[in-house]
Design a binder for this molecule. Sequence first.
Ligand code: SF4
Length: 705
Amino acid sequence: AQQLPDQKVDSLCPYCGVGCQLTYHVKDKQIIAVEGRDGPANHARLCVKGRYGFDYAHHPQRLTVPLIRRSDVPKSADLEMDPENILDVFREASWDEALSFAAGKLVTLRDQHGKKSLAGFGSAKGSNEEAYLFQKLVRIGFGSNNVDHCTRLCHASSVAALLEGVGSGSVSNPIMDVALAEVVIVIGANPSVNHPVGASWIKNAVKQGSKLIVCDPRRSDMARLAHEFLQFNPDTDVALLNAMMHVIIQEDLIDHTFIAKRTSGFEAIKQHLLDYPPELMAAICGVPADTIREVARLYASAKTAMIFWGMGVSQHIHGTDNVRCLIALALMTGQIGRPGTGLHPLRGQNNVQGASDAGLIPMMFPDYQRVSEPANIIKFEELWQLTPGSLDTQPGLTVVEIMHAIVQKEAQGKIHGMYIMGENPAMSDPDVNQARVSLAALEHLVVQDIFLTETACFADVILPASAFPEKTGSFTNTDRTVQLGRQALAPPGDARQDLWIIQQIAQRMGLSWNYPHVSAVFEEMRLCMPSIAGISWQRLERDGAVTYPCLHEDDVGEAVVFTQRFPTKDGLAKFVAAGLISADEQPDADYPMVLITGRQLEHWHTGSMTRRASVLDALEPDPVALIHSDDLLALQISAGDIVTLSSRRGTVSLYARADNSSPRGAVFVPFCYYEAAINKLTNSALDPFGKIPEFKYCAVKLTAG
Ligand code: SF4
């Protein structure tokens, strides 16, 4: 019989950037069910993760007491610890001992090796307030800008291109605007899997008559509904997009008025694009020239057209160039700044937008205010009541750069200690064998998390934190909507709220922080973040969701931006041309196939939560490689067989699954399985602008057994 809850608590889904609102049903201090709520992004819809992915919070492997590494257990890069035997490696400690040890050693290393010898990773799983306090701690307590989070691994290249081109790194239009779009391009994204409720709005639009164009090396579920499906060759986004723009200019389908009044740099890109005729580019991207022409005409001639993209676009060494092309496409056709148009990079994690906004990135203070601008330094030193000249004016290191700096030989810039809150670089970083060598080499690693993650195995001290339903905070979804998540449960055992832990570390590093409530942190954020100045905590509590920019308390918030001007110095958007650059590592005789990594519907990122959610883990319990059936046949492998996948950097074994959505010669593998951590194979080469690794392309070989 159905159980009746003791309590219902309104909150949010902890997974993807769609930001669905939900209600937890709580009985006997346990969540027994989840129900969709009428939020602006979901209107009561939830996907399988939102509906069934909640019982990780009650998993017996939750960390419930602080832990300190036993002095006789050294760190080893190949350490893969069984959570059941955690006490063989760590001993239990009181909070006071663990916090004093965690902060004390950070202070010692900072004083011994200098302010740039420490670094911190915050998390897009945490709230805006946690992200804000964490970056403030690194900038003030550690003394440098060496702070980053997983945005570096998903949309850093999109943000770099958007800031350069249109002056803002977030979306121009919300997902719901798709209902107003005559034409919709989805490129390098699989929203049915990664943003399922968002995908349902796109599918609704198609039913109502919108023409969907799907561009992807893999045939996603969306392709079935597409007016045109362009299965371009992996790594050839720029060839395809430049060819489309070539057609639009040659056939005079450009928006002359928009280009003249609202943009700069058109003549230069027009010249550049002369070299990219569709006939020439068809040979590279594999899409027939006629199809390129048809799609270019369709997009440019529509009254309203919208572009969605995902990490298929961003996770390349030319990810910034890929996005520059999408921006140029929208600008030259005037498909931006109106309802039903615009640019929408689909955000991966629940709060990756908010964590970035809150300053959890090494080159910007909150609200994308550059650390290198003297006026910003003065502003933040005043707000944070610091002695003038205290803040570091140099951008800090990014995620992968930090991992490299741990093992560098030179003393200058070497990282000796880290504080990692809620991130799992021992699974999520590229070339993860090397990332694990780096983590093992740290003199001091503080990990704050809810489980013994693969990263926590390398910690010197582990601080047991709160899961999503155990805290109240604000979170910002892919639509720039700030929403309130409310506490439904108490943290288990002696686990504590993340905001409390950060402040305890800060206090032990000499900072007199004592925020009485999460709302006090949010109110401080409003003082330095003009985009959310109009969103009071009271308003969030009353309305539950407010979209920024929201400049004053009477401002309803702007769902569609760039309507009058772009937030650039001259108010204009800028065309930036992109040339053809190949992936860092090409297939060859030894490693003849291409590896593409990504996610699957049932699991979330490194799997630390969803693989401990009983329904989701039952649906997808084992690591799989998705391989075209012709490739399986050629290699005499049957679906369900165990196969070995290797690159120059590592090897994993996993199950073969026949999947003809992948092109021949390409293998797709989700990155959530610790027992087949696919990032052992990926390449850490970086996009020079966004510093994002090339997760979507490296050379591998596949063998039976
Ligand atoms: Fe959660 Fe995203 Fe699914 Fe909504 S679409 S329920 S936010 S995972």
